[in-house]
Design a protein around this ligand. Structure first.
Ligand SMILES: Cc1cc2nc3c(=O)[nH]c(=O)nc-3n(C[C@H](O)[C@H](O)[C@H](O)COP(=O)(O)O)c2cc1C
Length: 180
């Protein structure tokens, strides 16, 4: 798949084949994702893979109570990657002072760049993904025993798609692009 095809064919996938994912499958995607740009090469992103069905089901049942459609999304996926950002790296000087007026903003920015790389890398390897932003962060950290310094930036479902959905319509270029 060439790069442009990879960019335009990526979709959010919510229906997956039962085919399990191996550690190697996840490593292949993360190795590419790690090439994402980040603040001062601080490499603040951590990928916590959940391949175990029981653990994944626990996350679905206990971390998405207010967002039932994500409960389904997580049950449906063969694996999850919990995308985390180590706090205090993106947007901060080595002595801990903020580098800009935006505070913690760059941490989420780095997570977004990494998530995009992750989903595109998966697409290139014929895997589907779904970024989820609605979940109970405290509960996820408790269940997975994640360190305090991890900010849970997103849950990403990953697996082999049953179908590649049609693209959602995009806003016209004139609405999103300005030339001054
Ligand atoms: C930051 C972010 C959070 C999202 N959260 C959710 C979510 O909680 N549940 C869900 O089903 N989809 C979620 N999505 C997927 C979007 O709904 C989807 O990307 C959008 O509708 C465009 O569709 P496409 O990805 O197929 O192009 C999220 C996407 C992003 C980037």
């Amino acid at each position: 798949m060439d790069a442009i095809q990879c960019l335009i064919s990526r979709r959010s996938v919510r229906e997956y084949k039962d085919t399990p994912l191996s550690r190697q499958d996840i490593e292949n995607v993360v190795e590419i994702s790690q090439m994402a740009s980040c603040w001062e090469n601080t490499q603040p992103i951590r990928y916590v893979a959940v391949l175990d069905k029981e653990l994944k089901d626990k996350i679905a049942e206990e971390c998405t109570k207010k967002f039932p459609w994500n409960t389904e999304n997580i049950h449906e996926a063969p694996a999850l990657v919990i995308l985390c950002a180590v706090k205090g790296l993106s947007g901060y000087e080595p002595d801990g002072t903020p580098s800009t007026s935006k505070g913690t903003h760059w941490q989420s920015f780095d997570a977004g760049v990494a998530a995009a790389h992750f989903c595109l890398a998966a697409n290139a390897l014929e895997l589907g993904t779904l970024i989820m932003g609605r979940y109970d962060e405290g509960k996820i950290k408790e269940i997975l025993r994640l360190p305090d310094e991890y900010d849970v930036s997103a849950i990403i479902a990953i697996g082999y798609p049953v179908v590649i959905p049609a693209a959602n319509e995009r806003k016209p270029l004139k609405e999103v692009l300005a030339f001054l």
